[in-house]
Design a protein around this ligand. Sequence first.
Ligand code: AMP
Length: 542
Amino acid sequence: MHWLRTVAALREQVADWRGSTVGLVPTMGSLHEGHLSLIRRCRQECDHTVVSIFVNPLQFGPNEDWDRYPRDEEGDRALCEAAGVDVVFAPDPQEMGADPATGSDRTWVMPPESLLQTLCAPHRPGHFRGVATIVLQLLNLVQPQRAYFGQKDAQQLAIIQRLVRDLQIPTTIVPCPTVREADGLACSSRNRYLSAAERQVAAGLYRALRRGYDHWQAGDPSAEGILAAARAELEHTPELQLQYLELVDPQTLQPLPRVEDKGLLAIAAYVGQTRLIDNLLLSPEQGDPSPERVQHAAPPSSGTTSPPRRPLIAIDGPAGAGKSTVARAVAAQLQLLYLDTGAMYRAITWLALQRGIPLDDAEQLTQLAAQTQLTLQSGTSSTEPTRIWADGEEITQAIRSPEVTRWVSHVAAVPGVRQELVKRQRSIGRDGGAVLEGRDIGTHVFPDAELKVFLTASVGERAQRRQHQLQAQGQMVPLEELKAQIEQRDRRDSERLISPLRPAPDAILIDTDHLSQSEVEDKIVTLYRQLLERSGPARLDQ
Ligand code: AMP
């Protein structure tokens, strides 16, 4: 990872990347799980990730906290390194022509007046002018194809989207959902200012928004009703000093009398001396905004060592050996991410069917795989399917249709589609701490996985398992017929030119013939724990 402080060094680095996809994540540092979610998404979608860390003096008012804003270069360096960032651009104010000493004598970018009438703008005069100016400067320096911004700063997001549109900047702005603590408090660098007692109070912001959201969900779209519900909740936390609570259109930021299509319910309040903001989108497409449990990055122990990466488990084996069931269960037991590669191929198949893309048009299918943003989230138990979103739309159920089942292997056989999805899988896997399963996962996709397991089972055993499955669905197929089918499939799988079925040389073979499913899981869990023990105590307490 390169830590660059000058515009010249940044320009030189960016010039080397011509022809590949560059993503930018602008931040003010003191990184937390919210920032990391943007970085992960960027890495998933781009070849190179630039994170800028700049506490921008132009966006702070004279009585605001620029000089005491938390700065943590050592911690940020360790987190960026562990997250696989390519370049951190951390200039000082002079380098950006934003030295507070020289005052306001410089070129500024003025956002449209219409976006400055509500929410934070009237309370922070000049703030968004400072944000827009520096963001444009960063976009100009890095020239990224994509730039990532959090929904947490909804007004900033709307202003940057307008800036890019109005000034015709060829960067796609990617909005990312708000990451929250378990009690709903949005992660923020300013949370570091809070005392333990204030931290408790701060969760009141989310509770108020949530009450408003629930009121809207219950069927009242009026601003009056939604705002009254949120205010009623605020009465339980008198320590919160409300600055504003507003319902506006998420794009135009104009006040809404009622939610017709989408609404943005936003709040700002002081907890002691600390000003916090938060919001929820009221949109039928949004889904439940309950806080996901946030896994906090371990605080780095020093500036040079990065938090340890948890090992990967790659599970491979012939069809019918029970790979996906075992992988899901192992992930749930060890609290690792289950990377459901099958769901990714299903998603592309579903989209192709939806959009009427001919399933023999390899070029269009490859383009679809390259352009679609896929987001995966493990189910909370071993039986719950992986949740999946394509370009923000949840399609968890849709991809399990019989039509998708019928065509998915066809789409997965397109080399371009495979290449694109393998690229995504690799970038998810780079962060470690995941269970991966599927054809050639240990030989081709993740040859560096720390634990590779190859599950085998005799043809007879697999035929019997398949027969039980079919019986449960009310179908009777003779055992001999199933055996013949499995033998034929094994032969095809091991003879094919691309990714033939074979165990990686360092894979551990587990013959599952006389083992129950939980015995197989236990074996893998034990192997993983042994691996952690061998890797030392740093990994054990992860
Ligand atoms: P900041 O360092 O506060 O300027 O934030 C940098 C970027 O991270 C902005 O695009 C923020 O909207 C985004 N961000 C900050 N907090 C969160 C959060 N809790 N969840 C998601 N994104 C966030």
